[in-house]
Design a protein around this ligand. Sequence first.
Ligand SMILES: Cc1cc2nc3c(=O)[nH]c(=O)nc-3n(C[C@H](O)[C@H](O)[C@H](O)COP(=O)(O)OP(=O)(O)OC[C@H]3O[C@@H](n4cnc5c(N)ncnc54)[C@H](O)[C@@H]3O)c2cc1C
Length: 510
Amino acid sequence: MSAVANVAVVGSGMCGMTTALALARRGHQVTVFERDPPPPAGNADDAFFNWQRLGAAQFRHPHAFLGGMCNIIRDNYPDLLEAFYAAGARRVGFEEMLPPPLKAQYTQEEGDDRLWVLLCRRATMETVIRRYVETLPNVTIRNRVHVVGLITESAGDGLVARGLEIRDRADEQGVSERVAADLVIDASGRGTRFPAMLRELGREVTEEVEDAEIIYYTRHYRLLPGQSEPPRGENRSAGDLGYLKYGVFPGDNGHFAIILCVPDCEPELKEAVRDPATFDRMCASIPGLEPWIARSEPTTESFGFGDIKAVWRHYVPEGSPLVLGFFGVGDATLRTNPLYGRGCSTGLMHAHILADVLESTTDARERAVRFDARTRDELRPIWEASRNEDRNGTKRALATMTGAAVDRPDSLRKWFGLAFGDALLAAARDDLHVMRGMMRTFHLLERPGDFLKDGKTRRKVMRYMLRGRRRNAGARLQIGPSRAEMLALVGQGASQGAQGAAQEDRARAA
Ligand SMILES: Cc1cc2nc3c(=O)[nH]c(=O)nc-3n(C[C@H](O)[C@H](O)[C@H](O)COP(=O)(O)OP(=O)(O)OC[C@H]3O[C@@H](n4cnc5c(N)ncnc54)[C@H](O)[C@@H]3O)c2cc1C
């Protein structure tokens, strides 16, 4: 195979578009197949309110675009970044994100310019990337086509991908066309059908799946005329109340969204957040959210997203590729809990790993093995850290709900881990050096936790440990109603709420 290939990309979501971008830059001829229609004509609001995006169910949930992704865009596609700004997206840097006490200590250091986010709605992000990619001479995007099959050929005892079977969305069933390709890239997201297609071909994709046991609820708002976003104050606009996590996602053009993330083990709260008026009352009771609610009007109902899982798929088990010339990128291969805002960043990294690997060799087997090795080396640590955070979150939610002591460790090692975690959060709240390190991990600019190898950071955290766990534990939770108060507020189980209050106080104190 020549270095330049005829590539079929399935899906034009975040990763499909950026894969097309990265591969087109390296000279490949790319055709993208997408089941949904293209974005409607018009501005960011037209895309947000009118684009039919049934293929990406998360499309109208807010997205944080972390440094990991933003730096790839800025370093490789500066003109694309300009297009985001023109559409209303904003850059918010490290200094601006600091709480007031840390901002007062701030002096610039090398690398700070890599700790930043782009604020805009996902609809804006997708529309801008799409319009940019469709101008590239070696990319064709075909909308309203469903990919229904993978065409393969036997080569010895292996399989090689040779193209796709597609169906026009106007057709009810069947295959309307067979298209040939040198390489097939699965960027069809969380609902990928390729593992099932490969099973039919006798190739089993093994999966690791863990449920985060949460439901994610969103409501969108717009600032009222003459209002601006509340200043950053002591009460954080994103945080954890123990039984509920919350966050504001500032968007573009005066829009923002609020998420409330409820553990599966809280049926009353899950029911309550579905009602938009109750959603607003809950938000107004949380000091970090109240100023946002007070100066805005809702633009949507509250709506939820379940099936939040950490998923990892193995396409090269024990170094043996299941099929050559086929690569899964983005959510189709690895998924993390959206609470951490990592999916688009890992997706972009994945697309660039693929582009590098294809350039590094033309040998089909070597490409599969190298892509798998780099994915495991660079993305697996992020995936594992996310899955471990999910496991801790599930345990904490259950403990809060049952009134058990939160985080009661059953071994010295676990006790040390929990005490260290609390001390780290408390130190980061007060100390710019520790915060800067933590943000490098947060923005996926290093392997998770690498900043803890720094002696100065470790010494600071140890000093906080000496203050005692009880004092540090407060840094984990934000100010807001207790679980019992929240249950009473939403009108569910007032008596249960009263009983729960005492239990909860005991649990928090433990
Ligand atoms: C509620 C929620 C909130 C999130 N918040 C964040 C966040 O804050 N920050 C962040 O970085 N990530 C976030 N994520 C994760 C992020 O949305 C995904 O990681 C990202 O969209 C993955 O990109 P992708 O291209 O792999 O898949 P997608 O963006 O889902 O795109 C898949 C595309 O494939 C198309 N498709 C599917 N099947 C076919 C087919 N058979 N034929 C043709 N086309 C097909 C779909 O229509 C779609 O366009 C969130 C996820 C969820 C669920």
